[in-house]
Design a protein. Structure first.
Length: 580
């Protein structure tokens, strides 16, 4: 491995703002002095941006208001100059219709914040679902050295002495309430006990999945993604990340040296082994493509077929939550278990190789982090399906659904919108059967808009009353990473743009075969051609603003839902315009 030449103060990007003896730099220096700083604060020092996604509307990042001071402390300890740059917060629990509509906005926000300010490197503070991929995507496109700080999972929930997992147990107890098995007082007990501290979801939902992926890619300090948000190790990790960001600038350790094809493959392997969220597929593809690394659904599925699921954490696992995973050794211990399947020579932000980072890792609870010969599930978390319903692919999480649905055939019951779906699921007298395939369409990237997490379609009351707790559900939407069940998602192309899902009709037979990786409707090509000729495109969702831009440039789920003008087809951003 070639070690780049260490930078000198004259090489610093920030020196272009502060060092010249000219009028523009006079303005930069004098206005910095206006804030109470002097030359001893910035001269000959790396300026480190802290991109902070804290806000009053972001419960997962509530502690970032304090943690940013720990990051600053670390930067100052290492001889850098910290500047905090607030960015879009994207709270999964508050933003409507979906944070996915705004993931690319945060990516652009991050890239342009770093581009237009006098910074040499960055620390990125995120964790809630879309903040990890968005921050990483933007920073990758900018190309400056950076360290990612995960928010960390919250403490496990509690209800009547039972551990609660965010999202996962909300869905479970909601079904029981709708079935008449849970009182309002009990429901309020779940509501008050399921989220007991700051931090993101403590199940292996999208937040824990994406922070684990960031660590597996080498973008965090070793073990950072597993630390619970309230744990004292978390502020220490934040300070260490600040120190490391300064050193990375001097070492000129840029993201193109870290996020390589080997790092992407490591991340996919780790994701599959953790029981990852279905959302991981969209974000992995988008992040990889921002780094110029081609990644497609077939490669993801192939890695999934050969990688057992070994993290026994809800919702794919049973009983355990992220706090237990941390005590069992965390992600370094899981990666140590997977050593033979990983490229241990991949470089990380630590400056070392992945193999060096995890050399001392140990598993302390072999039921939480299983050995390869005793997995939770014999394959990885996700499977990719194709067929005449999803020529560009669809996704399912086999480990989180009843095996009886792995091969299924049944008639479709189709809802064209979410309001229409709600009428179906709330109709206690609905003529519906356990083998029915319940379909929601027009909920994809364009149709949602933004591909909301409507894909874990609630069980119809008519079936809940008969004791049914799962069924095959099909959608071009996404579902929360904390969700479970026989849900086929991300059908591409989506119905709203004329994908085959738009041609499905009530009563058509749908065939799902997970072992064969197929998803088809039993309708002849001639009949589909007639339906295609009769189909008319729906009216545009937006006529102005960000939504207008989103609708014209968003790509489909199989391509990562990035904007077409932001992807890096031939490698990372080769440089900046001279005007900066």
């Amino acid at each position: 491995m070639t070690t780049p030449r260490r930078k000198t103060p004259a090489d610093l990007r920030s020196a272009r703002w502060f060092a010249p003896d000219d009028l523009r730099s006079f303005g930069h220096r004098s206005r910095t002095m206006q804030m109470g700083y002097g030359p001893e604060d910035w001269a000959d020092k790396p300026v480190i941006a802290i991109v902070n996604t804290w806000s009053d509307a972001q419960p997962c990042h509530l502690h970032f208001k304090e943690r940013v001071h720990d990051v600053k402390r670390g930067i100052l300890q290492a001889g850098g100059f910290p500047i905090e740059l607030p960015a879009l917060s994207l709270s999964e629990s508050w933003v409507k219709p979906t944070t996915m509509l705004y993931r690319n906005m945060l990516a652009m926000d991050t890239e342009e914040l770093l581009r237009c300010h006098p910074v040499d490197g960055a620390v990125l503070m995120g964790g809630c679902d879309k903040t990890t991929p968005a921050l990483v995507m933007g920073a990758l496109s900018m190309g400056l050295p950076f360290v990612y700080i995960p928010a960390g999972p919250m403490l496990r929930g509690n209800f009547q002495g039972q551990a609660l997992g965010s999202g996962t147990d909300a869905w479970k107890y909601w079904d029981e309430r709708r079935a008449g098995h849970l009182t309002k007082a009990q429901w309020l007990g779940v509501e008050g006990g399921i989220a007991r501290s700051h931090g993101h979801c403590m199940t292996m939902g999208t937040a824990s999945t994406m922070t684990a992926i960031a660590e597996a890619m080498g973008l965090t300090l070793p073990g950072a993604s597993s630390i619970p948000a309230p744990d004292a190790n978390h502020p220490r990790m934040c300070a260490a990340a600040g120190r490391r960001a300064v050193e990375m600038v001097w070492e000129d350790l840029t993201p193109d040296q870290i996020l390589t094809p080997a790092a992407v493959k490591n991340a996919v392997t780790v994701a599959m082994a953790t029981g990852c969220s279905t959302n991981a597929i969209i974000h992995l593809i988008a992040m990889a493509r921002r780094a110029g690394v081609p990644l497609g659904l077939d490669e993801l599925d192939a890695i999934g077929r050969s990688t057992p699921l070994i993290a026994n954490v809800r919702p794919a696992g049973q009983g355990y939550l992220m706090e237990d995973f941390y005590y069992a050794g965390g992600l370094p211990a899981l990666m140590k278990t997977l050593s033979d399947k990983l490229d241990l020579g991949a470089r990380t932000v630590s400056g070392r190789t992945l193999g060096e980072d995890i050399a001392e890792a140990k598993v302390f609870n072999a039921d939480v982090i299983r050995p390869l010969d005793n997995p939770v599930y014999h394959e990885g978390s996700l499977a990719v399906l194709r067929g005449n319903l999803a020529p560009d692919g669809a996704v399912i999480k086999p480990a989180a659904c009843d095996p009886k649905y792995y091969q299924h055939r049944g008639p479709a019951l189709v809802a064209d919108s979410y309001p229409e779906l709600k009428k179906i699921i709330d109709d206690e007298d609905l003529d519906i059967h356990p083998d029915t395939v319940l379909v929601l369409r027009n909920a994809g990237p364009q149709g949602g808009p933004g591909m909301p997490e409507w894909g874990m379609i609630p069980m119809p009351k008519a079936l809940l009353k008969r004791g049914q707790r799962d069924m095959v559900r099909l959608s071009d939407a996404r579902m929360s990473g904390t969700s479970y069940g026989a849900c086929v998602l991300h059908v591409a192309p989506e119905a709203y743009v004329g994908g085959p899902l738009a041609l499905l009709r009530n009563g058509d037979i749908v065939e799902l075969d997970i072992p064969a990786r197929t998803l088809n409707m039993v309708v002849s090509d001639e009949e589909l051609a007639r339906r295609r000729a009769a189909w008319t495109p729906p009216p545009p969702r937006f006529h102005r603003g960000y939504g207008w831009m989103f609708a014209r440039h968003i790509e489909q789920a199989d391509k990562g839902c990035d904007f077409d003008f932001l992807r890096a087809e031939f490698g990372p951003n080769p440089g900046e315009p001279d005007i900066y």
